[in-house]
Every structure is written in structure tokens, then in C-alpha cells.
Design a binder for this molecule. Structure first.
Ligand code: NAD
Length: 294
């Protein structure tokens, strides 16, 4: 399939690579051209503007945040003005509910289709084509995109016809991950201060009642105090918890744990941890407990 791909960060580069490997004709765009050029040797065509990547049946965006997606779609040389009638924009970024609604309306007005398909899984999962995709949009558009989803993920869950519902599934899921990282951080600080080896502790948890991938991944990172390089940087985690809180406020749903985690992520960043993984909540909990940190 002729497909455009915009945003070649930690996640996007791996996803675009898997689309190429699966035999799709991929045109890539990235703000920093070098990252796009790096995929040339693997068979990608390189676009100089987002509009040039939006000439096929589908264009995918995997950009950092709302501001980046807004620029790529609504700017003069953006997707909206270039995508042909009937073509599909798939947004895989974790963005706000408000922007997801705006995108659905703008694409519909232009005779185009918007699909929200945020993903679960870190860059390692993206590289291994093992992402989980939460997709929402018109059934016909999801069917068009399914071969692309199959090339990058292990399973696609169709949430609903309204794209915004997948956006909310993603935001609520990331809130849950953040809450688990915070809880693990506090539990590890408590046991570590009492002289229990963190690796032994996590080994016990994840082989008994807490055998889920989230506990294994983040328990391992916290026990090893391995917060760099970031697979998912603290500012992106803060963004997602903030967006979950905004969605919650719009629906009058109090989320006190989300509020606490927001402040702790902000503390990590304020104390110089902007380049650290969001699991650096573990470092903050250790520091707050008066423990030495690496
Ligand atoms: P990243 O920071 O590595 O890459 C972000 C990309 O956005 C880069 O290509 C950058 O050039 C581009 N960008 C940023 N601001 C821009 C702007 N104003 N204009 C144009 N381009 C701009 O981020 P990532 O880890 O690849 O994450 C991408 C998206 O996927 C985010 O929404 C993130 O929340 C989500 N996500 C990340 C993970 C993860 O574990 N890293 C997992 C699931 C979802």
C-alpha cells in the first residue's frame, strides 16, 4: 500500500521500518531531515513537507504531542490540504481528547477519514512489531488500515466507530501505568530501606501475584535504577497524565491519584530529570526516603 509516515522518533522510526519490511511503499517525513534520510537505504522515499507524505491512501502520524500533530495537519503545507478525498489519516500519537475530536471533524469536513490508533508498547515492542493497537474510526477505514496494523503490532483492538474513544482508552491506560510505576516506586523504597534487595523483591512480586508485563518491565527498571536512556521520557509521561486529567475534568471525574502522579513527574523534571525515563519516579521515591541514588 502507498503510505505516508510522519514523525520518526523512538517509536516512529521502528514502526516505519516494519511497514517497509512488510512491503508497503512508505514515504517518510520528519522535522529533522537526517532521521528520514536514515530510512532511505531501507527503501523509504523522503518527503520535505508533511503534505508530500500525504499523497497515498493512508498517512500515519507518530509525533510527540498535540502541538506537533496540529502543525503537521493544519499548517499550510500540512496533511489536511493534501490528503485526497476518501483517504485516511491515522494518528498513533497519544494526544488530547479535544484534538482527537477536532481532527475527526476537520477530516470529515474535507471528505477524508480520521482513525485514532494509539499504541501500547515501548520502542522495543515497536521494533519487534509487537505493539498493541487500540483503533477507533469508521469500519471501512479500519479495514483499509488493518494490513498496516498487522505489520507493526501483535493485535489490534477495535474500540468503537468514534475515534475519540480510542484516544481515551490510551490516556486512561497510560494513567494506570503511571499509577503502577508510582506504587512500585514507593514499595521498592520501603523494602530497600529495610535492607531487602530490590531485584529479589521484584523477582518475588513478578513470579507470584504481579506477573503482568507492566510490573516486570517497570519493576526491573526501578530495581536496577536504570532510568537512562529513556524509552518513554518523563515529559511525555507528564503530558499523558495531564491529558488524562483534562479529559477527567471535562467529564467531572475526580482522579486524585492522577493528580499526585502529575506532581511527582513534574518534580522529576524540575530536578533535572527531563531526559530520564518516566520510571525515574522510582528515583524520586528513593530520594524522598533518604536513600542514596545512582
Ligand atoms: P519522540 O520524542 O522520540 O519522537 C517525537 C517525534 O515528533 C520526533 O520525530 C520529532 O521530530 C517530532 N516532533 C516533535 N515536535 C514536533 C513539532 N513541533 N513539529 C514536527 N515534529 C515534531 O517520541 P516517541 O517516544 O516516538 O513518541 C511518539 C508518540 O507516541 C507520543 O505521542 C508518545 O506519547 C506516544 N507513545 C510513546 C511510547 C514510548 O514508549 N515511547 C509508547 C506508546 C505511545
Amino acid at each position: 500500500m502507498q503510505v505516508g509516515f510522519i514523525g520518526l522518533g523512538n517509536m516512529g522510526s521502528a514502526i516505519a521500518r516494519n511497514l517497509i519490511k512488510a512491503g508497503h511503499a512508505v514515504t517518510v517525513y520528519n522535522r529533522t531531515l537526517a532521521k528520514a534520510e536514515a530510512l532511505k537505504g531501507e527503501g523509504a522515499a523522503v518527503a520535505r513537507r508533511p503534505a508530500e507524505a500525504a499523497r497515498g491512501a493512508v498517512v500515519i502520524t507518530m509525533l510527540a504531542d498535540d502541538a506537533a500533530v496540529e502543525a503537521a495537519v493544519f499548517d499550510a503545507d500540512g496533511i489536511l490540504g493534501a490528503l485526497s478525498s476518501g483517504a485516511v489519516h491515522v494518528s498513533m500519537s497519544t494526544i488530547s481528547v479535544a484534538l482527537s475530536q477536532r481532527l475527526a471533524a476537520a477530516h470529515a469536513k474535507a471528505g477524508q477519514t480520521y482513525v485514532a490508533a494509539p499504541v501500547f508498547g515501548r520502542p522495543e515492542a515497536a521494533a519487534a512489531a509487537k505493539l498493541f493497537i487500540a483503533a477507533a474510526g469508521p469500519a471501512k477505514a479500519i479495514a483499509t488500515c488493518q494490513p498496516l496494523f498487522d505489520a507493526i503490532g501483535q493485535r489490534t483492538f477495535v474500540i468503537a466507530e468514534e475515534p475519540v474513544k480510542a484516544t481515551l482508552v490510551k490516556l486512561s491506560g497510560n494513567f494506570l501505568i503511571a499509577a503502577i510505576i508510582e506504587s512500585l516506586s514507593e514499595a521498592v523504597a520501603l523494602t530497600r530501606k529495610a535492607g531487602i534487595d530490590p531485584k529479589t523483591y521484584i523477582e518475588f512480586l513478578t513470579n507470584t501475584l504481579f506477573a503482568a508485563p507492566i510490573f516486570k518491565t517497570y519493576g526491573g527498571l526501578i530495581a536496577a535504577e536504570q532510568y537512562s536512556p529513556a524509552g518513554f521520557a518523563a515529559p511525555l509521561g507528564l503530558k499523558d497524565v495531564r491529558l488524562a486529567l483534562a479529559a477527567a475534568e471535562a467529564q467531572q471525574v475526580p482522579m486524585p491519584i492522577a493528580s499526585l502522579v502529575r506532581d511527582h513527574l513534574l518534580t522529576v523534571i524540575a530536578q533535572g530529570g527531563a531526559d530520564l525515563d518516566w520510571s525515574a519516579l522510582g528515583q524520586l521515591a528513593a530520594r524522598n526516603a533518604g536513600l542514596p541514588v545512582k
